[in-house]
Design a protein around this ligand. Structure first.
Ligand SMILES: Cc1cc2nc3c(=O)[nH]c(=O)nc-3n(C[C@H](O)[C@H](O)[C@H](O)COP(=O)(O)OP(=O)(O)OC[C@H]3O[C@@H](n4cnc5c(N)ncnc54)[C@H](O)[C@@H]3O)c2cc1C
Length: 388
């Protein structure tokens, strides 16, 4: 089996930022040979959709359920890209109901979360499909090679080219490299990838490029928010107490309630099969640890349902669950970057022909899809301007 591949440009990661970058780059450089390498089974990364064989007909957005664009600086690059996504019918305005549950479980409908301020958009299909649509737009399907279930463990730069080694033993070579994930740049890679040195640091030793040194030192101070998401596959007859035809409905918990019930937000997602999926997010460290230390996962799942039912006890919209729903739990070690953001001026090293994008760059979209998209658009523009 072939295990050596050579490209003009390689992209590590298949999240939304990689897809935006790839589609824009290809559109301007149609003759370039490019490939995208992703450890997951498909595109979308942290904004993707669970389509499991065990639950036929269900599509649950288990990371980011939608996207919100604040863009208060009115960035023309971002604005015109969002317009393009709307024109292509990849996204539409999300006018779903958003409730903010306060201490008495009463609801307010004022938009107050970092995930709901600005304009909210919903993909026409699912979040994973959005990333696929982006990469397939402008008739670019088939112009890029995909390597899924491929984990890059090691990076080398040998003057002429980048050489990437995967866990499966493949070797990828390219003139340019784009990292849309910061895993290979961050100290958490030591544990996750079981390596002795941060892969990018190993490839570019200290004092060779000021930009890379600075980038790594900013990242050294970046931390990440762990999260759990609970995917609840409700029973056939489960529905709202009222009639609500839209696809999604959001409930955010204010601080006191979040501490009490351990949930951050609850997203109801109407399915193609008319069932009502429920995705619950939690970033409560105590709750996350109790899951990680749980000896009996079933007991933990029952606790989720108990908390859900207690929370919605008096609610006029949401029905209680019956305890025989199936629940699947998704653990995010690094759901969002937090703390220090990386300056956009460090996005590209000409000397090493390496570029970076993702939600870990500075700006009002830091930690969100907005930041991922904008950093990808800016990087693509920088590369095109610099290389031509
Ligand atoms: C539970 C949850 C809820 C969220 N809610 C919201 C929200 O409501 N609104 C919002 O705007 N944002 C939200 N976010 C954040 C949002 O999902 C991210 O900002 C966005 O998806 C990041 O996209 P990205 O392309 O920058 O990174 P990613 O999606 O992380 O893409 C990077 C990809 O690289 C792959 N990868 C990493 N290392 C390697 C390697 N060594 N080899 C091969 N592949 C590799 C990863 O598998 C991943 O697919 C949420 C995130 C989570 C997890």
């Amino acid at each position: 089996m072939k295990s050596d591949f050579t490209y003009d440009l390689l992209i590590i990661g298949g999240g939304i930022s990689a897809c935006v970058f790839a589609s824009k780059y290809l559109n301007n450089n149609i003759k370039k040979k490019i490939a995208l390498i992703e450890i997951g089974r498909g595109l979308g990364g942290r904004s993707s959709t669970r389509i499991s064989k065990g639950f036929k007909g269900w599509k649950l957005n288990h990371g980011s359920p939608n996207l919100n664009i604040t863009n208060s600086n009115n960035n023309p690059l971002l604005k015109s890209y969002i317009d393009e996504l709307i024109e292509n019918k990849f996204i539409k305005i999300d006018d779903s109901e958003i409730f903010f549950l306060n201490e008495d479980s009463n609801t307010e409908t004022i938009k107050k979360s970092e995930f709901s301020c600005g304009e909210n958009y919903l993909p026409l299909d699912s979040m994973s499909r959005l990333s696929q649509n982006i990469i397939e737009s402008n008739n670019l399907k088939g112009k890029i090679d995909f390597f899924f279930e491929t984990l890059i463990l090691d990076l080398q730069f040998d003057d002429k080219e980048w050489v990437l080694l995967s866990k499966n033993g493949e070797k990828f070579k390219s003139k340019y490299l784009i990292c849309s994930t910061n895993l290979l740049l961050h100290k958490r890679s030591l544990k996750i990838l079981n390596t002795k040195q941060i892969p990018l640091r190993k490839a570019i030793p200290i004092n060779n490029d000021k930009k890379i040194d600075l980038l790594l030192s900013f990242l050294n101070k970046q931390s990440f928010i762990p999260r759990l998401t609970f995917l609840i596959y409700t029973n056939t007859n489960y529905s709202y107490k009222d009639i609500y035809p839209k696809k999604q409905r959001y409930f955010y918990l204010k601080n006191n309630l979040e501490n009490k019930y351990k949930f951050e937000r609850i997203i109801f997602q109407l399915q193609g099969n008319n069932k009502l999926g429920i995705v619950v997010h939690s970033k409560n460290i105590e709750f996350i640890n109790s899951y990680l230390n749980a000896k009996d996962e079933e007991a933990f799942k029952q606790k989720i349902i108990t908390n859900f039912n207690d929370l919605f006890e008096e609610n006029s919209i949401v029905n209680k669950l019956t305890f025989d729903e199936k629940i699947s739990i998704m653990k995010w070690r690094a759901s969002q970057p937090s703390g220090i953001a990386v300056p956009l001026s460090l996005q590209f090293s000409r000397k090493y022909r390496i570029g970076f994008c993702g939600d870990w760059f500075e700006g009002e979209g830091f930690g969100r899809i907005e930041g991922s998209i904008l950093s990808a658009l800016i990087l693509e523009k920088k590369i095109n301007d610099l290389i031509k």
